[in-house]
Design a protein around this ligand. Structure first.
Ligand code: ARG
Length: 274
């Protein structure tokens, strides 16, 4: 096998929301069970560990104030998609999360992001949209409306690659795929329709392929800065593959946020500037 390339980190800006009001009080994906106990202190400690890792890598982290009654607001990836400093606000599929969109909109307005769009179609931000270099990979099937893909491409002026999700356990694109750097992704093929699998194979012949166990462990719900990759420590096969490709892997325990169907990427929104 060819020697793995030297990886380099680029400075990132992330938006996070403290899990102050986090709980599992409804079920809108197959991982959620309101009857199962959740340890709120542990959830906070797990969230703080991710924040501290980002700060330790030298990244900028901003925080949005959590809102009472919005227990999933900790999953800031869903609030908006930001590319070139332009902000496409989310529009949530479920009424339980609908009010989060206004909170994210207010945050961006207050922080001087004037090129901002409130969408017509349902989109759950970076849950389904993964900017990768000068293109955006966009999932649909469970949450974001396929109509949102055109809206996305028009707003950012970038080509959009639509991908169809077929397994309800992998209901957002970011549960089945993540971007390692501009032209490299990792994904779990069985989460996608056959057609979308062909598209991915064509676009990313060198992609890191995750196993069912990696995907079940939420290992693809990961964040990469080009060098450091933060992901759930139980995705052991994926961790080995990433190390072999020259990435610095930081395995974390996300047991409590997993009870809501989210892990590292879900609690991390990236603010991309021009
Ligand atoms: N309970 C949340 C939901 O079902 C989890 C969202 C996870 N976020 C993500 N980016 N996949 O909407």
């Amino acid at each position: 096998m060819a020697e793995s390339p030297r990886r380099t980190a680029a400075k990132r800006h992330y938006l996070m929301c403290r899990p102050t009001h986090f709980e599992v009080s409804y079920a809108i994906n197959p991982w959620m069970n309101p009857d199962k106990p959740m340890d709120a202190d542990l959830a906070l400690a797990q969230w703080e560990r991710i924040r501290d890792l980002y700060l330790g890598f030298g990244h900028e982290v901003s925080f949005i104030e959590p809102v009472e009654g919005l227990p999933d607001m900790v999953f800031s990836a869903n609030g908006a998609t930001v590319v070139d400093g332009k902000v496409l606000i989310a529009k949530f599929r479920h009424r339980e999360r609908a009010a989060e969109a206004d909170a994210y909109r207010a945050w961006f307005e207050e922080h001087g992001y004037s090129d901002l769009k409130v969408p017509e179609y349902v989109n759950e931000g970076e849950g389904d949209f993964a900017p990768a270099g000068r293109r955006i990979l966009a999932g649909a099937g469970f949450r974001s409306d396929p109509g949102a893909h055109e809206e996305l491409g028009d707003f950012f002026g970038l080509p959009v690659v639509g991908l169809e999700l077929i397994d309800p356990r992998f209901y957002h694109l970011d549960t089945a795929l993540f971007v390692l750097d501009e032209d490299l992704v990792a994904y779990y093929p069985a989460a996608f329709s056959e057609e979308s699998r062909d598209v991915l194979r064509e676009l990313y012949p060198d992609a890191v392929i995750a196993t069912r166990q990696d995907a079940d462990a939420f290992g693809l719900n990961a964040v990469s800065d080009g060098l450091n990759v933060v992901l759930t420590e139980t995705a052991t096969h994926l961790i080995g593959e990433l190390r072999e490709r020259g990435f610095e892997v930081h395995g974390v325990d996300m047991s409590e946020l997993l009870k809501a169907g989210g892990a590292v990427k879900c609690i991390t929104q990236e603010i991309r500037r021009p």
